[in-house]
Design a protein around this ligand. Sequence first.
Ligand SMILES: Cc1cc2nc3c(=O)[nH]c(=O)nc-3n(C[C@H](O)[C@H](O)[C@H](O)COP(=O)(O)OP(=O)(O)OC[C@H]3O[C@@H](n4cnc5c(N)ncnc54)[C@H](O)[C@@H]3O)c2cc1C
Length: 303
Amino acid sequence: MLRDCLIIGAGAAGLSAALWCKDVGLDALTLERGREAGGQLLRVYNPIKNYLGAQTQNGRELRDQFLKQVEAARIELRTDAEVSSVDVQAKQVVLQSGETFGARSLILATGVRRRRLNIEGEREFVGRGVLKSGALERGDLAGKRVCVVGGGDAALENALILAEVCESVALVHRGANFTARREFIGRARANPRIKFFMQSQVQRILGDKTVEAVEIRRADGETFILATEGVLIRIGVEPNAELFRSQLRTDARGYIVVTSEQETSAANVFAIGDVANPLAPTISGAVGAGATAAKVIRHRLKN
Ligand SMILES: Cc1cc2nc3c(=O)[nH]c(=O)nc-3n(C[C@H](O)[C@H](O)[C@H](O)COP(=O)(O)OP(=O)(O)OC[C@H]3O[C@@H](n4cnc5c(N)ncnc54)[C@H](O)[C@@H]3O)c2cc1C
């Protein structure tokens, strides 16, 4: 059966596209690899205050509002449905299970994932000292020493959050300067609990049952061991675009390039949300792009 549209990913962007497809009368199916829809919203533990029309305590609460609305609209959404290959010209999608779907148009809404250091101990100690979120886990870290890796907003913001309760926070950044906003840098510099390790890289995360230390390498090549009970890695994100990269135009960092109508370099293949938005990834942007793609597809199919 050839649908009007297949939407890959059910974060803010994909859910918005699904709602709008329904609203403009398109027969659309949304495929989400996670057990539940929501994408990054499920990992936002701080209050959301900048999404117009809704203020929530965290991302999950906003996700619940989105889900309530799309469920009421009876959109067709499949979770636990990981797309393993896509033929953008033929507009055919294959799931990991082997199931195949075809459509007249595609909307790619696969978002981004956190970059990893790919070092010893990073995966092994998840949940045993390698932290998921400073805001979420700071209660368990009161009075302890932690290490935050990175130099952007997320790293500095988490260092400040952890410094409220931790004995000390080691901020390890490979660059000579932070890329975070000035307000965070100023507050971090003024905080006596935050120690700075610039032009330095964490090479290994060490421990027995839980994290006990990190090995740090300085720019001059010298390495040393720093005792720590927690490690939070915040070194940016990368787009989930591997499935499409060889078939579509992408930028130097692998983000999908789109027109103002959200269309990719392939006709009737659209990309929305963070996977196509390296400079301004926001919930508002993702939701708006979903609406644009659905309305443009409606216009194309009608004509
Ligand atoms: C800690 C944190 C705080 C934030 N705070 C704010 C804030 O205050 N305000 C704001 O506007 N924004 C905030 N953001 C950013 C905001 O969450 C994102 O811009 C937005 O949620 C992106 O939505 P998306 O749908 O494009 O991508 P995502 O949420 O990444 O969703 C992509 C979805 O695609 C699915 N997927 C990927 N590959 C496949 C595949 N092969 N098959 C099937 N499904 C697939 C994923 O499982 C995921 O569910 C924050 C982000 C984080 C991490």
